[in-house]
Design a protein around this ligand. Sequence first.
Ligand SMILES: CC(C)(COP(=O)(O)OP(=O)(O)OC[C@H]1O[C@@H](n2cnc3c(N)ncnc32)[C@H](O)[C@@H]1O)[C@@H](O)C(=O)NCCC(=O)NCCS
Ligand SMILES: Nc1ncnc2c1ncn2[C@@H]1O[C@H](COP(=O)(O)OP(=O)(O)OP(=O)(O)O)[C@@H](O)[C@H]1O
Length: 305
Amino acid sequence: MHGLIAPADMAGARAAPGLPAAAPVHEDERGFCLRIGRLALRSLYAELTLYPKPGLVSLRDNGSHDDMSAETFMRSIFALRHYFVRITLAGSRGAPFGVLAALGIEAERRMLAATGGVNTHRGAIFGLGLLCAAIGNCRAQGEALSAQAIRAAMVARWGAALAAHARTPNTGSHGRRVAARHGVGGARHEAARGLPAVFEVALPALRRALAAGRGQRRARVDTLFALMAHIGDTNVYHRGGAAGAATVSRHARAFLASGGTGAAGWEERAERCHRLFVARRLSPGGAADLLAAACLVDAVTAGDA
Ligand SMILES: CC(C)(COP(=O)(O)OP(=O)(O)OC[C@H]1O[C@@H](n2cnc3c(N)ncnc32)[C@H](O)[C@@H]1O)[C@@H](O)C(=O)NCCC(=O)NCCS
Ligand SMILES: Nc1ncnc2c1ncn2[C@@H]1O[C@H](COP(=O)(O)OP(=O)(O)OP(=O)(O)O)[C@@H](O)[C@H]1O
């Protein structure tokens, strides 16, 4: 086939309600979506393999988790390989929020099937999926891929729907219980505000550390701590309550105040923090998701796409 290609990767997006069933996919659009999908997976892999990462699962250990390991995460990442391609395409076609949500719900189903029912990537499916859609939309508008343009495309196309999504009570989730008890908004509120934790906290921290010559590993550790210091993470509240959340932000702030990974002994300090979180069963999973999201935006805007 020349020019018009309908690969398996695209099948879900074409079949999704709201997209024309037979909308042809041009080769350059297909190549772009495949590249963004690959960068999204690479960002999740970068987050998984990073160490030290307080309380979180890595290749070294399972952090504060009994029900998942790096292998569970690898299976989950593999199960998501078509999803990010499809949602990029849906975004480039300007699909309504309901289409993105349907793709996300289907991806959650695949994740749960691959992990035996463990929630490894719910937050990432939502946040990175939304970013992939925004990146696709931005490119389709003929905009150069900058962080600002990606964020603007996301807010312009789906801002109102995201605000409505944040207002909709979702039954029975940890996020809902945490919101009711502690007044913490979580992933949906973060998205409704245009992902400020990604664009105003994580990305600047990542770029600052890279510009200071710290390299990807140290820059990502600094970024994770910046996020831990900043966000209200529903995972942390769910497992550790307000006291757990205060512990996470206090230790993150102390690590950053000591110079982050720019200071001698940073690795030992970060590992000490990891051991303390594991002892208290704390896990900043929302910060981990947002780190992966920032890695994706950085890769896309650095020209890797
Ligand atoms: C919003 C969804 C993913 C989760 O709702 P829930 O109320 O459980 O949210 P909750 O705040 O608890 O977070 C879920 C996950 O997000 C991450 N997270 C936690 N806190 C935060 C935070 N402050 N900011 C960002 N992410 C966070 C964590 O990993 C957490 O496990 C879900 O309700 C949903 O709508 N799913 C289908 C839509 C979808 O995936 N669409 C894809 C493209 S838009
Ligand atoms: N490396 C990581 N280690 C642990 N969690 C992570 C990591 N990366 C991302 N996360 C996020 O953390 C969330 C998983 O956290 P957790 O297992 O605490 O949630 P849960 O299954 O909803 O709750 P619980 O297991 O406490 O009943 C996922 O949504 C995922 O997106």
